[in-house]
Design a protein around this ligand. Structure first.
Ligand SMILES: NC(=O)c1ccc[n+]([C@@H]2O[C@H](COP(=O)([O-])OP(=O)(O)OC[C@H]3O[C@@H](n4cnc5c(N)ncnc54)[C@H](OP(=O)(O)O)[C@@H]3O)[C@@H](O)[C@H]2O)c1
Length: 315
């Protein structure tokens, strides 16, 4: 099968399209014919050579000290079940699924074997029926991040919610989810994304390139930092100060992302009911993975970037 291999840490140029052996599912695994994967901020982190020291040591311990222990990287997938192991009962061949591979990685390939139940090596659920495979990858990553970290807010109808970083994968999901919960939503993004965030349903949009602080007395019931702690601005500090206490503020970097098929199922329902629609910025074919990494690495994607796994691309 074709796969993108990351034989060493480094820039996007280290990624190579190779022919590798197709995996066979163990008894408790399913084999997924991957139709689409995604390039996320996490993939850039895993591949990269210039990540901050405080992250580098724990990351390298988990992923491999001198080179990735699992050379086929990739965290997000959408596809169909190709075959199932002897004791796997949750899915059957032909089922359309989406999910994350967690520490198992391996989504940059035509096939991936993983447990059908949640583990640190991933989670899977039936994919939203009204989305393409590419859209489903964005829904999986954005949905897991946004739903997990917004739950802390226990958002009630009429409450004022601010999403800092409303234009990324999780931010675009969080804005729509908060609107669905009945909140009055303010999104923060840069000038280029103001219109996008408005179309997602935000009641107000603040441009972080033009505004350094919230108006005095501007208070929010819940603030979500949807871009992570590495991306900041003076306005972000002001947003953080606008809530009543620390329980009313969450960052998507507060603790590990949970690989939870229940949340994938909840996201499927939200999408199928029309409450949330994933925003796909760009799609690349598998063989242009390095180009996709170059784009995502710039840190300004709108929504998510998906990769079509064509099955049959030439090496
Ligand atoms: N807790 C966990 O285990 C876990 C797991 C995975 C990821 N994460 C976190 O999630 C982050 C990625 O989330 P994501 O993929 O949803 O985001 P993302 O899509 O990478 O975010 C890109 C967006 O960020 C905006 N942006 C860049 N700098 C900004 C700033 N200073 N202020 C406001 N917006 C800014 C960009 O808009 P502009 O072009 O307008 O600037 C762009 O639309 C990672 O970086 C990581 O921190 C956490």
């Amino acid at each position: 099968m074709k796969a993108i291999v990351c034989p060493r840490y480094g820039g996007p140029e280290v990624l190579e399209l190779r022919d590798v052996e197709r995996p066979i599912p163990k008894d408790d695994e399913v084999c997924i014919r991957i139709m689409a994967t995604a390039v996320t901020a996490s993939d850039i982190f895993i591949r990269g050579s210039d990540i901050p020291l405080r992250f580098r040591i724990p990351m390298r311990l988990m992923m491999g000290i001198t080179r990735p222990r699992r050379p086929i990287i990739g965290l997000v997938l959408a596809g169909e079940i190709a075959s199932v192991g002897r004791s796997a009962t949750r899915f059957k061949p032909g089922d359309q699924v989406y999910g994350l591979t967690g520490f198992g990685l391996g989504a940059y390939a035509e096939y991936k074997c993983m447990k059908e139940t949640d583990s640190k090596h991933g989670c899977l659920a039936p994919k939203p029926s009204n989305l393409t495979y590419e859209e489903s990858t964005v829904a999986a990553y954005g949905g897991l991040l946004a739903l997990q970290f917004m739950e802390k807010g226990d958002i009630q109808p009429g409450q004022r919610v601010l999403v800092y970083g409303a234009s990324g994968t999780s931010g675009t999901t969080a804005v729509q989810y908060a609107k669905h919960l009945g909140a009055e939503v303010t999104g923060v993004c840069s000038t280029a994304n103001v219109e996008l965030v408005r179309t997602l349903g935000a009641d107000a949009v603040i441009d972080y390139t033009k505004v350094n602080a919230l108006e005095p007395g501007d208070r929010y019931d819940f603030v979500l930092d949807a871009v992570g702690k590495a991306k900041t601005s003076r306005l972000k500090e002001s947003c953080r100060a606008s809530v009543a206490g620390k329980d009313s503020y969450a960052s998507i970097d507060d603790g590990n992302l949970l690989l939870d098929s229940g949340r994938l199922a909840a996201m499927k329902e939200l999408v199928e009911a029309g409450h949330v629609r994933p925003v796909v910025d760009r799609c690349y074919p598998l063989e242009e993975m390095a180009e996709a990494h170059r784009y995502v690495e710039q840190g300004h994607k709108r929504g998510g970037v998906a990769i079509t796994v064509g099955h049959g691309v030439a090496a």
